[in-house]
Design a protein around this ligand. Structure first.
Ligand code: ZN
Length: 275
């Protein structure tokens, strides 16, 4: 019997205070979600903003003890194009060190804030390899209002220096290319459509969900996001109740994979991409 395709669970662990102007609830939400996954035999990869290692060290240790991989999501969530290479190097080295010190394990994965690894920030690839990262999960290989890299391959590949890139999974919906495994899309797309896109995915792709603690925060009161249109604020706030069951349906069959585990099993046969 052929194996049913499923996705690896990934979470971007960052505070949503400021964006929503509410009290900080991400530690308890993240705990609840990651415990539930572990109880269902699922571990995944948690990309942590370095400053959280200082603010919530016990949370990181708990996550690591549950069996999830901890990876780096920058020091303070500054997109790559908002930093000079030297400052990025210094901040990212610090973030990696903070997380490693906290959990006592090596951190080998990196995800750029808001998928800000694009054609104009390729200098970051060498910095990441020099800092000892083995893989990056930082490219959105389609057009995007913020940071798309439509020329990049949609399947995992090696950068020139050997760093593995695992791009954000995208699927075709008519003429539109969608990062359909993001928390926002999982909350709104019909499950039958998500399942169909997973089934159609190239066997050489690496599928992963990406969520944020707020995707699961059903108790958060509605807040208008500063500077965003009203409809965006409503869409980001609404439809959170079913996020966890939807995630469980998508990742269920892939019970013990992390992105690190995927890289260790597959990096030897990845193609090289020379932009
Ligand atoms: Zn983020």
């Amino acid at each position: 019997m052929s194996k049913v395709k499923s996705a690896i669970f990934t979470l971007d662990l960052e505070d949503h205070v400021g964006r929503y102007d509410t009290s900080s609830r991400y530690p308890s939400i993240s705990r609840q979600v990651l415990q539930t996954l572990a109880q269902n035999g699922i571990v995944g990869t948690v990309f942590v903003v370095g400053k959280i290692a200082k603010a919530e060290p016990a949370l990181l240790r708990e996550i690591s003890d549950l069996g999830h991989e901890l990876a780096c999501h920058s020091l303070d969530h500054t997109p790559l194009d908002k930093q000079a290479p030297a400052a990025f190097r210094e901040d990212t080295a610090r973030a990696k060190h903070l997380i490693e010190n906290c959990i006592g394990k090596a951190v080998v994965g990196f995800r750029a804030p808001v998928f800000s690894l694009t054609k104009s920030t390729l200098w970051a690839v060498d910095v990441l390899a020099e800092l000892g990262f083995q893989y990056s999960s930082s490219v959105m290989p389609t057009h995007n209002p913020l940071y798309g890299f439509p020329q990049a391959p949609t399947k995992p590949f090696l950068w020139k220096n050997g760093l593995v890139e695992i791009p954000c999974p995208v699927g075709k919906l008519g003429p539109i290319t969608l990062p359909y495994l993001g928390g926002f899309y999982l909350r709104y797309l019909p499950q039958i459509l998500v399942r169909s896109l997973i089934t159609q995915a190239d066997p050489e792709s690496c599928l992963w969900t990406y969520c944020h603690p707020y995707d699961f925060d059903t108790a958060e009161p509605f807040n208008r996001i500063q500077g965003a249109p009203l409809w965006t604020s409503i869409l980001l706030w609404f439809n959170r109740r079913d996020t966890l069951p939807k995630i469980l349906a998508v990742v269920r069959e892939n019970s013990s994979s992390t992105l690190r585990g995927w890289v260790e099993a597959n990096s030897a046969c990845l193609p090289r991409y020379l932009p």
